[in-house]
Design a protein around this ligand. Structure first.
Ligand code: APR
Length: 242
């Protein structure tokens, strides 16, 4: 029996931002085909060559802030779902871009951090940062120079908000995954957790079947800008499939 209530957890990955002009990681021509993740997305890589890592994120930060990068219909549809659904909609994103915010979503958890924030390794302060981050920049909170890094979770580091995510997965009536290859844990393991709880409906909307596609009750392939608005319409008109 379909239901029009119950909390929803949405997980997004780089695929939801692809049609906005941002690269994914593992598709043809993706970021990890251009640069080694060990060099730019690990604490060891940062310790080895901080200038190279800062330059990698400075390039991506500048790219995100160019005029032609805007939220797409999929980002906007998820914001509409949050607005019009009668229960909580938590948007857990692996993405470090700000397109969900600019698309209108507000209940967002960036489990891999945010490209437009930096963190001081001396005081732990996190600050909005929209320009290049340099080796000598001073922490606005503690005044320490040279200890600021991108507020991004690197491989081998603990993602953010995991307790809140675990609680939301336990309670949800629907788990929706959009635009992720399902290759990086713990995010790739969320669907198995929801299936183990045994209550929620699960759906994957992705250009191709992800590594975890067979765990979802529904797995629909296609571009996010087509699939997400249509699925949101279905949820708001018919409810969560029973
Ligand atoms: N619409 C829907 N899905 C798409 C689209 C699109 N237009 N374009 C690509 N995809 C899908 C691809 O088929 C792929 O399955 O998006 C997925 C992107 O997968 P990845 O590049 O692996 O990105 P993601 O799953 O977000 O990576 C997870 O890995 O490197 C780390 O921290 C990084 O957050 C990232 C994490």
């Amino acid at each position: 029996m379909p239901t029009r209530s119950g909390p929803i957890v949405i997980l997004t990955g780089a695929g939801i931002s692809k049609e906005s002009g941002l690269d994914t990681f593992r598709c043809a021509g993706g970021i990890w085909t251009q640069v080694s993740l060990e060099d730019v997305a690990t604490p060891e890589g940062f310790a080895r060559d901080p200038v190279r890592v800062q330059a990698f994120y400075n390039d991506r930060r500048r790219g995100l802030l160019t005029d032609n990068i805007r939220p797409n219909a999929a980002h906007e549809a998820l914001a509409r779902l949050e607005r019009d659904w009668d229960d909580e909609v938590l948007l857990v994103t692996q993405n470090i871009d700000n397109l969900h915010e600019r698309g209108g979503s507000t209940n967002i958890l960036h489990m891999h951090g945010e490209l437009l924030k930096v963190r001081c390794e001396h005081c732990g302060g996190v600050h909005e940062w929209h320009t290049d981050l340099g080796a000598d920049d001073i922490c606005p909170a503690c005044g320490t120079a040279g200890l600021m890094r991108p507020h991004v979770v690197w491989f081998g580091e603990i993602p953010l908000g995991m307790e809140r995510i675990a609680d939301a997965l336990d309670r949800c009536a629907l788990f929706m995954s959009v635009g992720t290859s399902g290759t990086v844990y713990p995010a790739a393991g969320f669907v198995a957790e929801v299936v183990r709880f045994g209550r929620a409906h699960t759906v994957e909307l992705n250009m191709e079947a992800s590594h975890g596609a067979t765990l979802f009750r529904e797995a629909i392939q296609g571009p996010a800008t087509a699939l997400v608005p249509a699925y949101v319409d279905r949820l708001l008109n018919e409810g969560i499939p029973g």
